[in-house]
Each structure stands twice: as C-alpha cells, then as structure tokens.
Write a protein that binds this ligand. Structure first.
Ligand code: NDP
Length: 284
C-alpha cells in the first residue's frame, strides 16, 4: 500500500500559515507585494501568472501584473525591472518564463534585485543556495522538501537520486537535499546505466520533461517518488514524468500529476514574497 502525497493539502496548510503572517504584517502597515511580468501570449504562461495572482489574493498580498506585448525589447523589460527594484510596495519581482526568443532571458533575470528575486534565479541567490545560506528557497525544490517534511518522510542519510540537472529544478534540488543530509546523485541525458542508479534511490525525483519516463523497473520497492514533470498530452490532459499507474504500487509514497509538486511551487513563491516583506520590516 502506498500513500499518495497530496500537494493541494500541503499547499493549503502552508498558505494558511502565510495568510496569518501576512495579517500580522498588515497590522504593522506592511502588505507584501509581488510584481509579475509576462511578455507575449503563451497560454501556459498565462495560466501560471493567473495562479500566482490568485495565490496573492488568497493570502492577502498585493499583486501587480505587467502584461507586455510580444515585441517588447530586452531593454524595455530591464527598464521596467529597474523601476520595480526601487518601488517600496513591491517586495518580489518575477518575469514569467519562457520569454520570447528575441529577448535575452539571462539579462532580464540578472536585472532583478537579488533582494526581490523571489524565484531565486539570480546568480547571487543561486550561489547562496550552493553555500546553504540562502534568503529565498528555489520554489519547486523547496516545495518538494516541504512535502517530505509534512509527511514525516526521513531525508537524512537517505539516497536521493534526481533525474534532471536544470538550474531551476535538478541542481537546486540536489543542494536542498544535501542541506537536509541526504546522499545525492544527479543523473542527466548522458548518464550511463540510469536504471541501475535509480533503483538505488530511497527518494527518486523525476525532473526530465518526458511523459511516463520513469517506469516500474527503475524504482526500488518502497521508494519515495516525487514527480516534477508537467507534460501536456494530445488529449489536453497533464501527465507527469512517472508512469504513475505502474510505478505507484512499488512505492511507499508518490506524488500524482496534477495535484502533487505543481501546487507547491506557487506556494513557495508566496512564501519567498512574505520573506522579502519581513526583511524590509527588519531593514526599516
Ligand atoms: P529541462 O528540460 O531544463 O531539464 C531536463 C533534464 O532532464 C535535463 O537535465 C536533461 O539532461 C534530463 N534528461 C532528458 N532526457 C533524459 C534522459 N533520457 N535520461 C536522463 N536524463 C534526461 O527541464 P526542467 O528541469 O525545467 O523541467 C523538467 C520538468 O518539470 C518539465 O516537465 C517541466 O515542465 C516540469 N516543471 C515543473 C514545475 C512544477 O512546478 N511542478 C516547475 C519546473 C518545471 P541534460 O542536462 O543532459 O540535457
């Protein structure tokens, strides 16, 4: 028998705590504010931005949306970011990815003040994640750690195998698991004998971007499986990187898609925005 990790339940619990902290801050005249920049008309990005705005409303924070046309230049986005960097009511700034091809995404992310970089994508914040002394947690990895802790799943001493080495999921997840005293292996497309490695995992994280990539023969009996993948199928349904139906029976805990890791990412973004606002209070 396995337990299905309920990302919505964990997310609701964390948001309740965030809401009550926001209420306390408001009594002191501070309302946390998140500025979200979206460029162009990508429908998936629109859904993500709407979820972020909804999350702000739900937890009592302000949200400011900057919807820019497809033809916006890198310089124009940077000049908006510079304005937001200096705006007191804005505690967090993010630019929804992916940006259109003609925009230099790296330049844009680097223009966000590290103090307001609630996605934790700025090199300064990535570096802090590496040293373990960070202000803002990388959202998707932090959401996964939060879920493990909510379900009292031990991390210390366990072997965590991560498939994927992206800067936003795989690498920062490795850092957070190390901070929590796991033994970590990171795999990628050039990894040899992948199946032999994944079968050693006590905690297996799939962040590949390929539907049903992780099959039952890749998973150890009793492992914990966290599925980061969000793949849109031809029938419009979402599918994870794990072949849930065939893998679940071998696991002790597993996240579904949708309703697993996904809901946690926005919640951890809200948590980072709250952190930024609380730091402002300390500074004042
Ligand atoms: P990337 O495409 O940036 O990274 C994918 C990783 O998978 C790469 O490191 C790649 O290796 C590795 N990979 C690809 N093929 C194989 C293979 N055959 N064997 C082993 N490794 C392989 O994706 P992201 O990390 O940005 O995202 C991964 C998935 O998670 C996507 O579905 C994305 O939509 C989803 N996602 C979900 C979020 C959420 O909130 N739930 C948040 C962010 C992402 P290499 O480096 O060698 O190319």
């Amino acid at each position: 028998m396995y337990t299905r990790i309920d990302g919505k339940e964990v997310s609701a619990a964390v948001r309740e705590r965030i809401s009550s902290e926001v209420s306390e801050l408001k009594k002191q005249g501070i309302t946390p504010g998140l500025a979200v920049i979206i460029v162009g008309n990508d429908p998936a990005s629109r859904v993500y931005v709407n979820n972020k705005k909804k999350g702000c409303e739900q937890t009592g924070m302000n949200s400011f949306e900057y919807a820019l046309p497809e033809e916006t230049t890198t310089e124009e986005i940077i000049s908006l970011i510079e304005k937001l960097n200096n705006e007191n009511g804005v505690d967090g700034i993010l630019c929804q990815l992916p940006v259109p091809k003609h925009i230099d995404g790296e330049k844009v992310l680097n223009a966000i003040s590290p103090e307001k970089d609630v996605d934790a994508f700025h090199p300064v914040n990535c570096g802090k994640v590496m040293t373990g002394d960070y202000i803002f947690s990388p959202c998707t990895p932090a959401g996964m750690v939060e879920m493990l802790k909510y379900y009292n799943i031990p991390i210390s001493g366990k072997h965590c195998v991560i498939i994927g080495r992206s800067n936003i999921v795989g690498k920062p997840m490795a850092m957070l698991m190390l901070k929590n005293n796991a033994t970590v292996t990171v795999c990628h497309s050039k990894t040899e004998n992948l199946c032999e490695i994944t079968k050693q995992a006590d905690i297996l994280v799939a962040a590949v971007g390929k539907p049903k990539f992780v099959t039952a023969d890749m998973v150890k009996e009793g492992a914990v499986v966290l599925d980061v993948g969000i793949n849109r199928m031809e029938n419009g349904k979402l599918c994870g990187d794990v072949d849930f139906e065939n893998v679940a029976g071998k696991t002790s805990y597993i996240t579904p898609v949708p309703g697993g890791v996904g809901p946690m990412t926005v919640t951890m973004l809200l948590n980072n925005t709250l952190t930024a606002a609380k730091r402002k209070k300390i500074d004042n």
